[in-house]
Ligand binder design. Structure first.
Ligand code: C5P
Length: 242
């Protein structure tokens, strides 16, 4: 994706999380999704099992790849990782905002190379509540820490942020209209929350200012994943018009 490409259609606004253990399951799911969505999210479990050949396979089927590796290391190492990912054709890549300004700036500089992915800073993991955050040495509630880290990421030259549906409005306000806000924790009305704590529907989350929604189980565990994805795309399109 060229840096200037706009997110244009509702189909480009969901990333289906391929939370499966290997290439065979991932490609099967990709084939079942067909053209119902543009983006597939490859996380650590799948990437460490299947590597760059899987990214190439998904791209050859016409999908855009969001590589969710949540990089967090010293600046030199993270910059090198960003340069390595630039060879794969993945278009979005996550780094941890809590790696600090030097790490974020080094990542952003490495992402200026041709073919580099756009970077998204993970703020506070949605699995962390106040108790978890405090135990890790950060006082207070997750909300203010999410906004603090999102602002840090923006000031360090990072293109976007990952946050929960609860924080989207505050992060949009803090980081402005151009940030790519990527939001997991999406659940259709009546669908089980599973292990997610801070959830909302696709329409609500788009209305609050999200750019791309990450959706896993409501699509991947559906009897017809393509139909489930299309239903969410339709909900996004309706929210865009509202
Ligand atoms: O199945 P579900 O829709 O809950 O999947 C959400 C996806 O988003 C998973 O791949 C999960 O790892 C990811 N994610 C998340 N919370 C974050 C970052 C990523 O749920 N803060």
């Amino acid at each position: 994706m060229a840096k200037t490409d706009a997110i244009i259609s509702a189909r480009d606004r969901i990333a289906v999380a391929l939370d499966v253990p290997g290439s065979r399951e991932a490609l099967d799911l990709a084939d079942r999704l067909g053209d119902a969505c543009s983006w597939l999210k490859v996380g650590m479990e799948l990437y460490y099992a299947s590597g760059n050949s899987l990214i190439a396979e998904l791209r050859s089927r016409g999908f855009r790849v969001f590589l969710d590796l949540k990089l967090h290391d010293i600046p030199n190492t993270v910059a090198g990782a960003v340069r390595s990912v630039s060879q794969t054709g993945a278009e979005l890549l996550t780094v941890h905002a809590c790696g600090g300004p030097a790490m974020l700036e080094a990542a952003a500089k490495a992402a200026e190379t041709p073919g580099a992915p756009r970077l998204l800073a993970v703020t506070v993991l949605t699995s962390m509540d106040a108790h978890e955050l405090n135990a890790a040495g950060v006082p207070g509630l997750p909300g203010p820490q999410v906004v603090r880290l999102a602002t840090l990421a923006k000031d360090s030259g990072i293109d976007g942020m990952v946050c929960s549906p609860e924080e989207v409005s505050a992060v949009r306000e803090a980081t402005g209209p151009d940030s790519i806000l990527v939001v997991p924790g999406i659940r259709p009305k009546g669908y089980p929350t599973d292990d997610q704590r801070r959830i909302a529907t696709a329409g609500e989350t788009i209305s609050r200012g999200a750019s791309i929604l990450v959706v896993g189980r409501p699509i991947t565990r559906a009897a017809d994943p393509a139909a489930a994805a299309r239903a969410i795309v339709d909900e996004i399109a309706s929210a865009e018009l509202a």
